[in-house]
Design a protein around this ligand. Structure first.
Ligand code: ADP
Ligand code: MG
Length: 239
């Protein structure tokens, strides 16, 4: 579903991604871990073209990322959930979720709001559709963020530290929704520091350091028998 070949990304002279090669299978849940500044956000932002890579090839579901004719397709195929929700403050919850399908998929408002309602039921927010984002808790706002990403019926869902901005008591409700999604067959790439979630839900975990993939494998292998000293140090610090 996602293929990266020799992908590098520079910010000025700084190499944020260094020759990354990676395949994500359809339906796979890939969790990306690593220290701050290791290139995790840059990696997923290059996949949906929020950042432009400087070398190598990225292909999502057969579409080449970087071919400007396919930008709209790439954006529609990849739903993104951000750390700080990025909801539109002046729109109701329902409108936030319905907007993408109207703008990008050409649905009528009636069709898009019907779809949005179903998704908001799925994330447990049916009682809050008419509210504005600021009237919701952080956990609720992030569940709106997930419903909004799903509204585009993407093949790929990208999560960039979706629970990092939440109060601890709200982390679980968002992770539960994500765990449910992982079982539906959508392809997910999740950057997170939630190691319990990673162990439970990931098919594979990728450890990044200094813009490179240093180690990867199934959760048990990676957590129980880490090989690289940088991974061992990282796990000691976070577990
Ligand atoms: P992570 O998500 O793993 O914390 P990032 O992918 O955000 O790391 O960043 C990787 C490196 O690239 C960091 O050193 C960061 O400072 C740098 N970087 C990220 N975005 C930019 C930017 N827009 N301009 C300059 N440097 C950036
Ligand atoms: Mg980041």
């Amino acid at each position: 579903m996602i293929s990266l070949r020799g992908v590098s990304k520079y910010f000025g002279h700084f190499r944020a991604l260094d020759d990354v090669t990676l395949d994500v299978m359809a339906g796979e849940t890939l969790v990306v871990i690593g220290p701050s500044g290791s290139g995790k956000s840059t990696l997923i932002r290059c996949i949906n073209r929020l950042e432009t890579h400087d070398a190598g090839d990225i292909v999502v579901d057969g579409f080449t990322v970087g071919d400007t004719r396919q930008l709209a397709t790439i954006r529609a195929e990849t739903g993104m959930v951000f750390q700080n929700f990025n909801l539109f403050p002046h729109m109701s919850v329902l409108r936030n979720v319905a907007l993408g399908p109207v703008r990008v998929r050409g649905l009528s408002w009636v069709e898009a709001e019907a779809r949005a309602r179903k998704l908001l039921v799925r994330v447990g927010l049916e009682a809050h559709v008419a509210k504005y984002p600021t009237q919701l808790s952080g956990g609720q706002q992030q569940r709106v963020g997930i419903a909004r990403a799903l509204a585009m019926e993407p093949k790929v869902l990208l999560f960039d530290e979706p629970t990092s901005a939440l109060d601890p008591e709200m982390v679980g409700e968002v992770l539960d929704v994500m765990q449910g999604l992982a079982r539906t067959g959508v392809t997910m790439v999740v950057v997170t520091h939630e190691m319990g979630f990673a162990r439970r839900v990931a098919d594979r975990i990728l450890f990044m350091c200094e813009g490179r993939i240093v180690e990867q494998g199934p959760p048990t292998t990676l957590f129980d028998t880490p090989q690289d000293p940088r991974l061992r140090g990282f796990l000691q610090a976070v577990l």
